[in-house]
Every structure is written in structure tokens, then in C-alpha cells.
Ligand binder design. Structure first.
Ligand code: TXA
Ligand code: MG
Length: 308
């Protein structure tokens, strides 16, 4: 194994972040199987909310372990992968990818990049890599190792230098959950080329910005079935408690986001614990207050959406 790839693998296995070149833009990569690594990605980007991330894999077989492909999705993948097309697909039951990569959605965005260094890392490490563009939130996507250094030097453990990105704009994102695919973000793979392959027209979401649909607007967006009560300072015996720090006494059941009030740990646990509490016999979920700093903003944003 190339020593840079070996070093990157070692870091990724320790939940550290590695910037990777792709043919589109540089990505800020973390182990997509690890909630902690994915929480670190959000922390590094300084996003005020959780946007779902793209998970990069090395083969269609690997992708099929994590998501359900209907015939249309399989055709798109066979034709355009490796390459600048991201497919949003239903997560398979028991999918091992961190729920935080999906930001609580029931879908997952997958792609196989074509950059040789990215592919080598994906193959050699045998890890699925969550990687948004390696810029801070609200800034433009980096297309060289130097850009990444300027954006995120203090947040990444290693930057793999793969030269200038060949394409320089982000991948086309296609929702392929249903029978009729829809373009969620425009990119290098054009609508025409997709239509030509499938032999029928496909729709484009009317929004052309980088984040076409906020997670809160997506249909498959996960919200707990039970009522969710925020900023709880007391809890009753028919409620399940989402604790942060010393848990309130008296709950029917408690899930601890972080006993030490660590926001990264809380972010890593959030989506899984919401689901766990939702599956208990409790009447409602009560969430303890989370401070509005750093990742706390994104956690509060998500809790507010889930509560409304
Ligand atoms: O070219 C690219 O796609 C680059 C390289 C690094 O692969 N990555 C990238 O990631 O641009 P990011 O996180 O900056 O953009 C991901 C896009 C966002 O528009 C996000 O809303 C959408 O993909 N997305 C991810 N998962 C989704 C999901 N489950 N449902 C709908 N949209 C999703
Ligand atoms: Mg981006």
C-alpha cells in the first residue's frame, strides 16, 4: 500500500478527518460507519444545521449493501459510476452507515468517485467515506489541496494532494428512490444525458442552489411518532427522556446524549437515540436543554424540526 494511503486509512480508523481529491471537488472525509467521525465533519464545516452527506464507496456491490436499488437506479449506477453522479436511495433496513450521514432521513446519498487517489483509498481502506465538499459552510467548494488547506487546515489530520480537480463543480444529485428519478442538484452529468439513457423525461427540482431541498422539506424526513417536548426541566413517568448531562429523575426510560455534556458525542448519538426512544411504550419524549454553541445549534435545529 502507498504510504500516504496507509496513513490516511490509519487516521480514518481513528475517526480523524482526511481531505480527499475527487474529480469534482475536494471532500472532507470521515468513516461513514462511525457516528463520531461524522459528527466531526459537521463540527469542522461549522454548519448550523445537519445537511445529509454523500457517502463514497468503491463498488456497486458495496453500495448495494447499504441501499435499495430499483431497476432505474441500477441502470444509472452502471452507466455513470465511477463518476460525478450521486444517487439518493432508500437506506436498507439495518444499514450500517451512521444515521448522522442521512441527517435522520430514511434515504442515503451514494457515489463512486472516479479520481484514482480517491478510489485507491476507498479500496485499500475498505471503508465507506462520508464526504461533503471540503469548505466551511457557506464558502465555495475547494478544487485544489491548497484551497482545502486555506479553508480547513486546523480541522483535518491529512490532506491527500491529487492535483487540481478535473471537473471543479459538485456532482449531479439524483433522487432515485422512486420509479421516476428527479434531479435535486445540477452538476456535470446533465439532465439530457440521463434522459437519453432512460429514454424518458425526468424532472429537475426548481431550486438550483447547492442545497436544493433542506432536510426538513424532504418527504421521507424522519420525525418521531411521539410528541417531542423541548427544554424539559422536569419529566413525568409516562415520558421517555433524551438526557444531556445529569439526567432528570423519574422518566419511564432514558437515553443519554452525553453524560459529560460533550456536543460532538451528543450529535453522534442524536438520530439513533430519537429512534430508540420513539420505539419505547412512553407517551412522549422530553428533551433536556442543549446549549446553543457549536454543534449545539445544529442539534437544536434538528430537535425543533422534530418537535414541530
Ligand atoms: O461532488 C460532490 O458531490 C462532492 C464530492 C466531495 O463528492 N460532495 C458534495 O457534498 O458536494 P455536499 O455535502 O457538499 O453536498 C451534498 C448534497 C447536498 O445538496 C445534500 O442536500 C444532498 O447532496 N444530499 C445528500 N444526502 C441526501 C439525501 N439523503 N436526500 C437528499 N439530498 C441529499
Ligand atoms: Mg458543498
Amino acid at each position: 500500500m502507498n504510504s500516504e494511503i496507509a496513513r490516511a486509512t490509519e487516521l480514518l480508523l481513528r475517526d480523524a478527518l482526511v481531505a480527499i481529491p475527487t474529480e469534482t471537488v475536494y471532500g472532507l472525509a470521515g468513516n461513514a460507519l462511525s457516528d463520531r467521525a461524522v459528527a466531526r465533519i459537521y463540527e469542522a464545516k461549522g454548519r448550523p444545521a445537519f445537511n445529509p452527506l454523500i457517502v463514497h464507496v468503491s463498488s456497486l456491490e458495496q453500495a448495494m449493501q447499504y441501499a435499495d436499488f430499483n431497476d432505474v437506479a441500477a441502470r444509472l449506477a452502471r452507466h455513470f459510476w465511477p463518476g460525478p453522479l450521486t444517487l439518493v436511495l432508500p437506506r436498507k433496513p439495518g444499514c450500517a452507515l451512521s444515521l448522522l450521514t442521512s441527517a435522520g432521513l430514511d434515504s442515503i446519498a451514494l457515489r463512486i468517485p472516479s479520481h484514482p487517489l480517491a478510489l485507491e483509498l476507498l479500496r485499500e481502506s475498505n471503508l465507506p467515506l462520508a464526504a461533503p465538499s471540503a469548505n466551511r459552510s457557506g464558502r465555495i467548494s475547494p478544487t485544489s489541496a491548497r484551497h482545502v488547506y486555506e479553508e480547513l487546515a486546523d480541522k483535518v489530520s491529512l490532506i491527500l494532494d491529487g492535483g487540481d480537480c478535473r471537473i471543479g463543480i459538485e456532482s449531479t444529485v439524483v433522487d432515485a428512490c422512486g420509479e421516476l428519478p428527479a434531479i435535486l442538484r445540477r452538476g456535470m452529468v446533465s439532465r439530457e444525458s440521463i434522459q437519453q439513457l432512460l429514454g424518458r423525461p425526468i424532472s429537475t427540482a426548481n431550486d438550483t442552489t447547492d442545497t436544493p431541498k433542506s432536510p426538513g422539506m424532504l418527504q421521507s424526513h424522519y420525525a418521531p411518532q411521539k410528541p417531542l417536548r423541548l427544554n424539559a426541566h422536569t419529566v413525568s413517568d409516562d415520558e421517555a427522556l433524551l438526557a444531556f448531562g445529569v439526567p432528570l429523575p423519574g422518566a419511564m426510560q432514558t437515553a443519554q446524549l452525553s453524560a459529560s455534556r460533550n456536543l460532538e458525542e451528543a450529535a453522534a448519538n442524536l438520530f439513533r437515540m430519537l429512534r430508540e426512544l420513539d420505539a419505547t411504550p412512553a407517551r412522549a419524549i422530553a428533551a433536556m436543554p442543549i446549549p446553543m454553541q457549536g454543534l449545539g445549534e445544529a442539534i437544536n435545529d434538528r430537535l425543533q424540526r422534530a418537535a414541530s
